[in-house]
Design a protein. Structure first.
Length: 122
């Protein structure tokens, strides 16, 4: 894991998805799942992961090791400065359970949005 920060991705950034090119020169670490308590909602062609205390499944995704330049690009894509997402530590299941790995949490209202569960299939 030579690039730097570990990042959990679950939507259009995953391999073979529309925004994966943002991670093209970064290092894939492995498949992962969040601890229960998170689910995905369909937004406008992409998912938003939100905390959902009664969730039992968590969210499936991938772990990537990213360098500082990639993190800046990703934060821009995810609209951190506009308050669309926030990047924070996400609790993951083994083998990543004791690691401090961040992911993008949707920060706006999900009212009227369709819940899609644990996996985004673009």
């Amino acid at each position: 894991m030579s690039k730097g920060k570990l990042l959990f991705v679950y939507g259009t950034l995953k391999r073979a998805c529309s925004n994966h090119h943002y991670l093209g020169d970064q290092e894939f670490v492995g498949a992962a799942r969040t601890a229960p308590g998170f689910c995905l909602y369909a937004l406008d062609g992409f998912p938003g992961m939100v905390a959902k205390p009664d969730d039992r499944d968590g969210v499936v995704g991938e772990i990537w090791s990213v360098d500082a330049a990639a993190l800046v690009r990703l934060d821009g894509l995810e609209g951190l400065t506009e308050g669309m997402y926030r990047r924070e530590i996400v609790p993951l299941l083994a083998p990543y359970a004791n690691r401090k790995i961040e992911g993008y949490i949707y920060a706006r209202s999900i009212q009227g949005r369709r819940e899609v569960g644990s996996a985004w299939n673009e």
